[in-house]
Design a protein around this ligand. Structure first.
Ligand code: FEO
Length: 173
């Protein structure tokens, strides 16, 4: 059984993950408008992964006999000055999400909610990857500067990213 504070905080994280999805979908749309279809693909896959994150929280709350209540999802920005600016925003956003996950872990410890703490381990690890991916790509874009040849090569590479749906057993992992 989930405590009231923990339940509310986990529901809040569903909203945060849905916002992440919304943000990356908006970035995907912006990259499409710039004819950078590989970048658009990468962001679209990222948006799909964020939906999976949201549903992991959703399923966990349900499995603990909690009650899911959904909040309003804020609208994301729609324009970026450059691919670099978009990835810098993506990295800053992931750092923020890491802070939210850490806050949930602190609360789980505070509430002596061991099941939630174990559940959150997956997200603690995932955030290391999320920060690293966005920071690496922002770094590469910074090094490239105005070299359009390098940008198109990276675009081609990012076009290879494929969304892999999680196995059913991972849904509540
Ligand atoms: Fe759900 Fe990008 O972390």
């Amino acid at each position: 059984m989930l405590g009231e504070r923990m339940e509310k905080a986990l529901c809040g994280q569903i909203t945060a993950e849905l916002y992440s999805s919304y943000l990356y979908l908006s970035m995907s749309a912006w990259f499409s408008s710039q004819d950078l279809n590989g970048f658009a693909n990468w962001m679209r896959v990222q948006a799909q992964e964020e939906l999976v994150h949201a549903m992991k929280f959703y399923d966990f709350i349900v499995s603990r006999n909690g009650r899911v209540t959904l909040n309003a999802v804020e609208g994301p920005p729609t324009d970026w000055a450059s691919p670099l600016a978009a990835f810098q925003d993506a990295y800053a956003h992931e750092v923020k999400v890491t802070g939210l996950i850490n806050g949930l872990v602190d609360l789980a410890i505070d509430e002596r909610d061991h099941a939630t703490k174990v559940f959150l381990n997956w997200f603690v690890n995932e955030q290391v990857e999320e920060e690293s991916n966005t920071s690496t790509l922002a770094g590469q874009l910074k090094v490239m500067g105005d070299a359009s040849g390098a940008l198109f090569m990276l675009d081609r590479e990012l076009g290879q990213r494929v969304f892999t749906p999680p196995a059913p057993t991972e849904q509540t992992a």
